[in-house]
Each structure stands twice: as C-alpha cells, then as structure tokens.
Design a protein. Structure first.
Ligand SMILES: [Zn+2]
Length: 297
C-alpha cells in the first residue's frame, strides 16, 4: 500500500494543508487562515489540524505516516525547531515538530518553505535528483534553497541559503533582519514596491517591468537580482539554477535579458558557458508536493 503524508504550507495569511501520496499526488487539500489556527497557540492549532485530517484519512482506511510542515522561517538543522519567523506570530523559537508529534503521535518534520519548493521544482522540471541545484525565489524578499549532491543543504545550524542577507559593499540601508545593506534590500519585491511608490506613483507595481525597465531604479533591482543568482552560481557551480517567486512572473520580466545580466557576472569559462536558468513551475500545491518528497528522503 502506498504511504500517505500530511503536508502543510504555512503562510503569513493562509495555511494550505493536504494529504499527498508517495507518488507525490495531492489527494485532497484545504486552506485555513493562519491567524485562526494560532488562536490557542500555533503549535496546538497545527496539531489539532493534523488530528482532524488524520481522522479523515482513518475514515478512508488510510494512515498518515509523516507530517511535514513548511514554514516561511529559518529552521534548526535537525528540522524540529523554528528559529526565526518574521511573518508568522508565535512561531519564532517554537519546538514545533516536538509539539505536534507529542499531541498527534505522528512523526513530524519542520522545513523552510523554499526547501520544499526546490524539491517540488526538481521533481516537476524532471531534473536528475542526484544533481546539485540552487533555487532563487524572488518574492517580497529573496528566498533561497540549496540542493547539493542529492540533498537539501541546511548548514551547521539550519541557516544556510540566506542569500538575501549577503551584504552589499557601501550600502547602509537597514534590512528587515536588522543588518545593514543586505542584498534583498535591493533585489526584492518589497524594494520594487517602494521604488514605485517613491518615484513612479502613477505606475502600479505589476506594470513596473513593462513601463519602467529603462529607469535606473528598476535596472538596479534587476541588477541586484542578477548578482544574487550569479554570486551563488560562482560559489557552487551547480548543475542547474532554478528561478522562481512572484517577481519573475510579472508582466514584462524579460528572461533573455535577465540571463544576459546574470552571465555578465558569471566566472568564465564555467559556470558561464553551461549554466542555463530554469524557471520554477510553482503552483498552489507545490509546497505540499515538496513536503511529500521531503518525507520520502
Ligand atoms: Zn538582511
């Protein structure tokens, strides 16, 4: 009989939850407002949700063999405790896996959301699972996942892949993390939105790449994004680079021009000669699919 996993994709506003089998097919899913789950304490809310879905599975004669919770946060190397979650109240410092396991009796893993996203992307893009892949996801900030030699690289403390917090020479703007001059202060959606508000109030952010791509402030955003991708590729020389997140999906984002911009900063001859940028096929259920892949690793 195939194994079934309960996967959760936690966001600041909504949490997606669903049962996924070991062929990575989502068998059923739902959306719950995260704030509502956190009403009695977020760990208790998640555990109650697991118990509810476990009962549904049991009614169908199924058993959940693992729970995987993807969080927009840094997670410790053992993937049990959330380290810092800027967008979800009550999650920072929580021993989430222990709490859910104790209350449900089901083995539980907590993982950084982009680490689940890269697993889903490697699967859906048909990339060899034994290869080395970097994922750079441009949303509000810069999400980053490292998949090296067939596994997600977490670092000594779980803090690997914080590409958005690489410091930029000579810049002093304070990042959301508290440090001065981080890359994501310039290469993320939050900054692009500020550029539109400050310099081009008549242009909605969704039109920025269509109407403003020759403006120096927007060129700087694209350049910071390209530097992020190129810097990591120069360090790791990966087989594949996956680009994702909301920014590259915006109207007017020129993939060829972006590839050229990245190539300018790549070391020659390698990785410059062989590196192609792949684009994430992310969808609403990618986090859940990635959760199931994580559960089988
Ligand atoms: Zn930072």
């Amino acid at each position: 009989m195939s194994k079934k996993f309960l996967c959760m994709d936690v966001g600041g506003t909504n949490t997606r939850v669903g049962i996924v089998n070991d062929e990575f097919t989502v068998l059923g899913s739902a959306i719950e407002p995260t704030k509502q789950l956190a009403a009695k304490g977020i760990g208790i809310g998640f555990a109650d949700l697991v118990l509810k879905w476990a009962a549904l599975a049991e009614a169908e004669g199924d058993e959940l063999s693992r729970v995987v919770i993807g969080v927009p946060a840094t997670v410790d190397a053992a993937r049990r405790r959330v380290l810092q979650a800027p967008n979800v109240e009550g999650l920072s410092g929580l021993a989430l896996a222990d709490q859910v396991e104790e209350m449900t009796g089901i083995p539980t893993t907590v993982e950084k959301d982009v680490n689940l996203l890269i697993l889903s992307d490697i699967h859906s893009l048909g990339i060899d699972p034994a290869s080395s892949v970097t994922g750079v996801y441009f949303g509000t900030g810069i999400g980053n996942a490292l998949y090296l030699g067939g596994q997600v690289w977490h670092g000594a403390h779980g803090s690997a892949g914080e590409l958005g917090h690489v410091p930029m020479l000579g810049r002093t703007e304070t990042c959301g993390c508290g440090n001065p001059g981080c890359l994501e202060c310039f290469g993320g959606g939050h900054h692009l939105a500020s550029v539109c508000t400050e310099y081009f109030p008549e242009v909605p952010i969704g039109e920025a790449f269509v109407r403003l791509s020759n403006e120096p402030q927007v060129i700087e955003v694209l350049e910071a994004m390209a530097i992020a991708v190129a810097a990591e590729a120069n360090i790791l020389d990966p087989d594949e680079v996956i680009i994702g997140g909301g920014l590259p999906l915006m109207k007017g984002f020129d993939r060829d021009a972006f590839a050229e911009r990245v190539r300018t900063h790549l070391r020659k001859p390698f990785p410059a000669e062989t590196l192609t940028l792949r684009y994430s096929q992310q969808g609403q259920l990618s986090g859940l699919v990635g959760g199931a892949i994580c559960a089988t690793m």
